[in-house]
Design a protein around this ligand. Structure first.
Ligand code: RB5
Length: 148
């Protein structure tokens, strides 16, 4: 399952990404905002999506705010979340291949819809690199959650 979340600055792009996921048959759920509210806070949707992803085995998330920064900062506060921003094909690919992220963050004011769909496709299809050094680094990140 792919959980989606966005504030006002990512609202339109979230709809586009949802339609795209539907069109390619990828199960997804929109966790809001469900209406365009210019005064909403990215924090609330990032928290919702990140908690779902952290609790549900195999789940992933896509979060969108104006830059991708706000939602990414919030999501990475939740234990079990590895979130990264992608603004181009390379960063989308590496977010998975080297970072094994379970949440992709996009900037609705940064990437155009066609590019954003491409980034989502790349991130969904990419796998963690088999080179053990990447897993070693990811394990070091998760060790920080246990204060080791
Ligand atoms: C909201 O205007 C904007 O600050 C927010 O969407 C995001 O870009 C923050 O990182």
């Amino acid at each position: 399952m792919i959980y989606l979340g966005a504030d006002h600055a990512g609202f339109d792009l979230k709809k586009i990404i949802k339609n795209y996921l539907d069109s390619i048959g990828v199960a997804n759920k929109d966790l809001g905002n469900t209406k365009l509210d210019p005064d909403d806070d990215y924090n609330d949707f990032a928290k919702k999506v990140a908690q779902k992803v952290a609790r549900e085995k195999g789940a992933r998330g896509i979060l969108i705010c104006g830059t991708g920064n706000g939602v990414c900062i919030v999501a990475n506060k939740i234990r079990g979340i590895q979130a990264a921003i992608a603004h181009n094909e390379f960063t989308a690919r590496m977010a998975k291949r080297h970072g094994d992220t379970n949440i992709l963050c996009l900037g609705g004011r940064v990437v155009k819809p066609t590019k954003a769909k491409k980034l989502v496709k790349i991130w969904l299809e990419e796998k963690l690199s088999p080179d053990p050094k990447y897993l070693r680094r990811i394990k070091k990140i998760f060790a920080l959650e246990k204060n080791l």
